[in-house]
Design a protein. Sequence first.
Length: 307
Amino acid sequence: METVNCLIIGGGPAGYTAAIYASRADLSPVVYEGIQPGGQLTTTTDIENYPGFENGISGQGLMDTMKAQAVRLGADIRTGAITEADLSKRPFKLVIDGEKEVYAQTLIIATGATAKYLGLPSEIKYRGLGVSACATCDGFFYRKKTVAVVGGGDTACEEATYLAGLCKKVYMIVRRDVLRASEAMQERVRNTENIEILWNCNTQEVLGDEYGVTGARLLRKDGEVFDIAVDGFFLAIGHHPNSELFNKWVAVDKEGYIVTDGKTSKTNVEGVFAAGDVQDPLYRQAITAAASGCRAALDAEKFLKMQ
Ligand code: NDP
């Protein structure tokens, strides 16, 4: 039976930063990176707003650097996903990939968030055949083609401008008559000639044939139903927190975000801390996730000292 002082779940900015701080505090942290090592940032393009990188850095590059720093300081970073958790008593029991059991004196949950889909049967049918929630992963396949991006937030604007650099034309399907995105991102969209915004539109169906997506059927608020021809259909309508494995013990809000105590990373379970997007419905930035990972490691250190 393996018992660790500090188990960190998640290989994104929150998890790696927690690992850096926990290593320096001699907590000998073990990190399980989950199914997407590096987290959501590995699916983004250049990051221009992470301090310390004057000319920006790629999402993958930032994550590789953070991970290397954590490893250099002594963190034990492992591949594997948590498939079961029992947080009813300490040490907490976690099952990795349905097989290995690890017991943890303290637990830092930094499992992030996952892209949302619209929930249409046709969207499921063509997932991987033209339907995607990651423009930077799949955009390459649509060079000089026409695609649609659903959503009006910063992610949708970022993905649309990224795709506009590769594709012949990009439609943005926006359900209201305004974008939710920041002014800077809106301006980028406005200044990109091959992006056309379809305002007040909801997708009724993704259209396709045996080779994949061929279009989308849209319903405009005025009642008009019309089809657009597209080769790719990208979702950028937000995320949901990956808290399902823990919400039997750990308090979550109505959207599933883990509730933490004030400015700390403490959950309602003593010895369990949460960091990053799984507990942050508001900011969801790499820098805020990293900062909350730091807080979680410091909180875990303090907790262990008091035992
Ligand atoms: P948001 O929640 O900000 O935006 C989601 C968008 O999708 C909204 O326009 C919303 O419409 C739309 N939407 C939601 N559900 C549906 C649906 N069922 N059908 C159609 N449209 C739908 O999510 P983001 O992922 O864009 O951003 C999350 C956070 O990350 C934000 O805080 C953002 O600022 C940040 N971010 C920052 C970046 C940066 O600084 N470079 C880059 C990317 C994200 P409606 O507006 O009508 O609700």
